[in-house]
Structures are given as structure tokens and as C-alpha cells.
Design a protein around this ligand. Structure first.
Ligand code: ATP
Ligand code: MG
Length: 394
């Protein structure tokens, strides 16, 4: 079947009044972004409170649907056939052909739902419903009308041309990226943080990201892995400014001066401080991490409290109540899992103690950090200066 356009459906709940334009404009921007990596020419238009994708050249149906499944805010995608208005008889023929093309079995229950955007059409909506219905029954005796729960809801829209559609492909839901501010994702090479970024992005939040690497303890390949993960997440979120920060000197300094069972917590506190500084400079309204309660020693309630204590902006932890398997399921679905399980070390795993504290006491941690007073400010400033910002997009 050759469709001329796609009608985009979106939830209207959050978009009363002025918000409607922001929502629709962000949605159109994200649709265009997804179509850029789709073979073919398309025009995205807003007309009569509807968003349409007009197909201006050949395209691959499955590819279009697959790429639109990355656009948060879309609840449904309806492929539409356009026909010229050459009188009602021609329309009946067009619809009968449409049914045999889209439903070759021709044995479904259906209901015709006509609408006239153009009131000078000779039949009114109800007349179209009744007359077209009976023509379909004549043509395909195995089809039946069911006005309450039809398998096919056949939409006929009378505009300059006539639009015929009945199929709805499911969209990903959520809100268009760009409608809810921007967050700073702490992105490591693991399984969790890309999923966390995806989940916050689904709520309409644009993402920047920060990755702390520790050369030569972590390799170029570990860094490339994080870039690749950002790239996959950016299919959903749009372009990501990824800040790569050299964390080696801070990490070594902590290693030399603090008790080893507290290393992870203290390192995590410095990561959060640095991430917050970058977030504030880049107008991010919160930090995003892949933490989940109890997953590892640094994610007990006490450890999270100790990590959180250095932050003054909100920290969003969308995976907080999820089991590892639930997180893995999402990472498989969004396409990050295969990259995440590649074996290159991220910076935490090299400096981990055999028996890290699981119930850190904030006062004790602060006392340990005071042993860093001689050089930490300088190292901190230097780390911020190493910021290599990579613009990642799909
Ligand atoms: P992940 O799978 O996301 O790496 P994890 O289970 O390995 O998580 P941790 O290593 O304790 O958990 O990290 C907790 C969170 O801290 C991560 O989800 C991520 O948001 C952040 N994080 C950890 N290491 C880094 C890093 N090197 N750069 C940026 N963020 C990091
Ligand atoms: Mg990790």
C-alpha cells in the first residue's frame, strides 16, 4: 500500500492553551530529527490542530515507523491515503480498493467515520457513513458493521482532497523532548545510566551528559563506548553535549589520602560536585544518575544520602526502585544493552576496595575529605578545565 502521508496522534492532556504550541513545535522538531536519518523526502506540517508528515518521495514504510518510535510525545501514527475528490462514486471505488489493499482477507467488522472539513460536500457525514457502509457490504459480503467495537475504524476526511485511514501504529508515548527543560546525565559505560537518561528524556527533558574518565586506568575504548551509548540515547533525546572530564588526578589523590573502604563514596561525591558545576553552567535543572537502592555498596540508603549531601540541585534517579533485570529489559528494548556489556572498565571499577563501607557516616566521610584540603581545590579546578565537549547525535 502506498500511503501519501502520516497523521501523528499525541496525547492532548498536558497541552491546554499556550502550552499547546510549545508541545507541538517541540514534537515537530523531534519528528524532523528522526526523519533526517530516514531515507526519503518528507515535509512535517501542522494544519487544523493536526500534525502530518507528507511523503514527498519514495520511502520504506517500516523504516519510517521504526524511526518515529523514537519520538516521545507520539501516541499513534496513522498512515493516510489521499485521493482526489472526483465525486462520491469515485470515492466509493477508492475506499473499496483501499480495503482490499490493506485488509486482503476482507472479513473484518468495521465502522465508517466520516468528517467534513469542507462543508460544501454534497453528502453530510451521516449520509457518507451510511452510504459508504452499504457499498462496502455489497462489495465484500464477509465484512460486517459493528458500530460499538469495530476491528476497522475507517476514517474518511473530506478536505481539499479526501483522506482515508484506518490503521494506527503505536507511538512511544511520553512528552516531546524540549518541553521540560534540560538535565545533566552522569553517563558511565554501564547498563544503568543510559536507561536513566532514556527515562528522563521520555518526560520531555533534554539531556546533556558528563563522563569521568581516568586515563591511563581507563582506555580510549572505554571512552568510545560511552560516546556510542550517548549516540544511541540521542536517537530518543536529540543531540547530547557530552562533557568528558579527566578524573585521574582527583582519583589518585583520594586514593593516596583517604581510607580505601571509603574511596567509592568520596569519588562519587566529587563526581556529583563536578557534575553540578557543569550543570549550572549549562542551564541544566538537575542531575540524573542510574542509581537503584541496594544494587551495590555505594547505593545503599546511607551511601545515597552521603552522595546526595554534596548536591544543591535536584538529583533524579529514575531507576531507584527497579531490579537489575527490569533495567536490563529496558536497555535491551532501547538498544544500549549490547554496548553496555562490552568489557572495558569504567573508572570506578579500578579503584574499588574489597570491602567498601555500606553504611557510611557523613561526618566520618567529611573528616576523610578534610585530608584532601591541601591540593583538592586546585585539582578540582584543573579537572573542570579538561572538559572536552563532544556533540553527539544520531
Ligand atoms: P552504571 O551501570 O550506570 O554504570 P552502576 O551500577 O555501575 O551504574 P555505579 O558505578 O555505582 O553504578 O554508578 C552509579 C551512577 O553514577 C551511574 O549510574 C552513573 O549515573 C554515575 N557514574 C558512575 N561512574 C561514572 C563515570 N565514570 N562517569 C559519569 N557518571 C558515572
Ligand atoms: Mg558503573
Amino acid at each position: 500500500m502506498k500511503y501519501s502521508s502520516f497523521l501523528i496522534k499525541y496525547a492532548e492532556i498536558a497541552i491546554k492553551g499556550k502550552n499547546r504550541y510549545l508541545f507541538e513545535d517541540a514534537l515537530i522538531r523531534q519528528i524532523k530529527y528522526a526523519l533526517k536519518r530516514t531515507e526519503g523526502d518528507f515535509a512535517v506540517t501542522k494544519a487544523q490542530g493536526r500534525i502530518y508528515i507528507e511523503c514527498l518521495s519514495d520511502y520504506d514504510y517500516d523504516e519510517v515507523i521504526a524511526n518515529l518510535s523514537y519520538v516521545f510525545g507520539i501516541t499513534g501514527i496513522c498512515p493516510v491515503v489521499h485521493v482526489e475528490d472526483n465525486g462520491f462514486e469515485e470515492l466509493c471505488n477508492d475506499v473499496i480498493k483501499y480495503i482490499s489493499d490493506v485488509y486482503p482477507e476482507r472479513n473484518k467488522t468495521f465502522k465508517v467515520h466520516a468528517r467534513r472539513a469542507r462543508k460544501n460536500y454534497p453528502l453530510d457525514s451521516q449520509e457518507i457513513n451510511v452510504e459508504l457502509g452499504s457499498r462496502i457490504l455489497d462489495a465484500y459480503p464477509k465484512m460486517r458493521v459493528d458500530v460499538h467495537d469495530p476491528e476497522i475504524l475507517l476514517n474518511i476526511e473530506i478536505r481539499e482532497r479526501i483522506y482515508i485511514y484506518s490503521v494506527t501504529e503505536k507511538g512511544p508515548g511520553g512528552m516531546p523532548v524540549g518541553t521540560n527543560g534540560k538535565g545533566m546525565l552522569l553517563l558511565s559505560g554501564g547498563i544503568d545510566s543510559p536507561v536513566a537518561g532514556y527515562m528522563i528524556s521520555k518526560r520531555g527533558v533534554k539531556l546533556d551528559a558528563v563522563y569521568f574518565h581516568a586515563p591511563p586506568y581507563t582506555s580510549e575504548r572505554a571512552k568510545q563506548k560511552v560516546i556510542d551509548l550517548a549516540k544511541t540515547v540521542s536517537k530518543y533525546s536529540g543531540p547530547i553535549y557530552l562533557h568528558v572530564i579527566n578524573f585521574t588526578d582527583i582519583q589518585l589523590y583520594i586514593y593516596e589520602n583517604c581510607p580505601h573502604d571509603e574511596l567509592t563514596i568520596i569519588m562519587r561525591r566529587f563526581m556529583m560536585r563536578l557534575a553540578e558545576d557543569i550543570a549550572k553552567k549549562t542551564e541544566c535543572l538537575g542531575l540524573i544518575t542510574g542509581e537503584s537502592i541496594g544494587q551495590v555498596a555505594s547505593q545503599t540508603m546511607q551511601s545515597l544520602a552521603a552522595t546526595n549531601e554534596v548536591c544543591t540541585i535536584p538529583v533524579y534517579r529514575p531507576l531507584i526502585g527497579m531490579d537489575k533485570q527490569e533495567i536490563i529489559t529496558i536497555s535491551e528494548k532501547i538498544g544500549t544493552y549490547e554496548t553496555s556489556i562490552l568489557p572495558f572498565e569504567d573508572c570506578c571499577t579500578i579503584f574499588v576496595a574489597k570491602h567498601p563501607v555500606t553504611k557510611p557516616n557523613i561526618n566520618i566521610i567529611k573528616r576523610s575529605e578534610s585530608k584532601l584540603s591541601e591540593k583538592i581545590d586546585e585539582l578540582y579546578k584543573k579537572a573542570l578545565e579538561t572538559d572536552e565537549t563532544i556533540i553527539v547525535h544520531s
